[in-house]
Ligand binder design. Structure first.
Ligand SMILES: NC(=O)c1ccc[n+]([C@@H]2O[C@H](COP(=O)([O-])OP(=O)(O)OC[C@H]3O[C@@H](n4cnc5c(N)ncnc54)[C@H](O)[C@@H]3O)[C@@H](O)[C@H]2O)c1
Length: 348
């Protein structure tokens, strides 16, 4: 079997290495980002930027970024040399309705789904920082035809702990978006309750301990807000197709939360921000609300230093931040405002 992973980012690259261990066949990868491909090649991986070099592929595992309302996916589909009989599995998170557009595009090229081409949607669900591999979690699978579903089942059953088959591919699509938006709304609720606790002089951690002692309730931590690659994007996907005051309110709550921190600090202060990665325990600054906060504090006229146990001071400097140093540590006791991601609204 010849497998190609499309998009070699967080999901795609981890999928590539995982599949390489699981399948005896040939595994190749493609990404449009030349520096990423160069880096992976220098580490010995069989990857390319050139779709024309990818012939005779039996299985396409697609994990390109979809922050552009899925446009990357369609660019990739245009470039792929698709063999009759092959399986295309789309693992990226999709704006609702995208699978229908993918079907149209493939049928427009003359393919008959379930006959000479097999198309499935198996949205990815990994939780980096929690899961050990990219295939630890049960996966939802949807397709337009029984034959496509069957082909997908044969491929994924040995790879994942459980396959949850749905009869309508739109359900598979929406399930992933809803799962992330549910978390978004939960965090937004937590932000509002945390703010209330701070106003009332109550301890939010104590409240969480109390509430979470009931096994069907989880009051979440708030961190710097709702960041990362997925949650804000997927909220945008759902808001585009589903009118909801609740969703609008959740987005507003997240914005208000950071505005409140900035207002509390004021201007012309020395500020130390502790914890910068987009979430605790994951070394990644992309779409980090900690980064947004630092920039907002600077715009308000503050001098901001940062520290994060996951990054060296050199890495923080290279990323455009002023890392904490001894001067800040000395000042901390005097006139430095310290902001901690675990206690975002409580200034020290
Ligand atoms: N990161 C997560 O925790 C997570 C979890 C579940 C689902 N997802 C979803 O998986 C998808 C990928 O996420 P990610 O975090 O790996 O993104 P990423 O930005 O880390 O990587 C995406 C890669 O796709 C490449 N790409 C873009 N257009 C391409 C094209 N036409 N052909 C080939 N490669 C192309 C980019 O260059 C990039 O390297 C997204 O839809 C995301 O929502 C991510």
């Amino acid at each position: 079997m010849k497998i190609c992973v499309v998009g070699l980012g967080n999901i795609g690259f981890n999928l590539f290495t995982y599949i390489s261990l699981k399948f005896p066949g040939e595994i190749v990868g493609v990404d449009v980002n030349e520096s990423r491909v160069k880096e992976l090649r220098s580490l010995g991986y069989r990857v390319t930027t050139d779709y024309r070099a990818l012939t005779g592929i039996d299985v396409w595992l697609m994990a390109p970024s979809t922050g552009d309302q899925g446009q990357n996916l369609f660019s990739a589909l245009e470039e792929m040399i698709i063999c009759p009989g092959s399986l295309i599995s789309i693992e990226s998170t999709l704006p609702p309705g995208t699978m229908g557009r993918v079907r149209e595009s493939l049928e427009g090229k003359g393919f008959r789904l379930g006959n000479d081409l097999f198309l499935i949607h198996v949205p990815h669900r990994v939780m980096f920082g929690v899961d050990k591999t990219v295939c630890d979690t049960p996966r939802v699978i949807g397709a337009f035809t029984r034959a496509c579903l069957e082909k997908g089942r044969q491929f994924y059953a040995p790879l994942v702990p459980l396959l949850v088959e749905v009869s309508d591919v739109r359900v598979a699509e929406l399930s992933k978006v809803v799962e992330n938006v549910k978390r978004y709304v939960d965090v937004a609720f937590a932000q509002e309750i945390y703010g209330y606790c701070v106003d009332q002089g109550m301890d939010y951690d104590d409240l969480r301990l109390a509430v979470n002692s009931k096994n069907n309730v989880e009051l979440l931590a708030t961190d710097w807000g709702i960041g990362g690659e997925c949650l804000p994007k997927d909220m945008c996907f759902l808001r585009t197709v589903c009118n909801s005051i609740l969703l609008e309110g959740a987005e507003q709550a997240d914005r208000d939360y950071r505005d409140r921190i900035v207002n509390q600090v004021g201007s012309d202060k020395q500020v130390l921000v502790r914890g910068l990665s987009y979430k605790t325990g994951v070394k990644d600054l992309k779409h980090s609300r900690g980064v947004d906060l630092v920039r907002a504090l600077e715009t308000a006229g503050n001098t901001v230093k940062v520290e994060d146990p996951l990054f060296t001071t050199d890495e923080l400097s290279e990323a455009g931040f002023s890392p904490n140093n001894e001067v800040t540590q000395r000042n901390e006791k005097q006139d430095c405002v310290v902001l901690d991601r675990q206690k975002a609204l409580e200034l020290k």
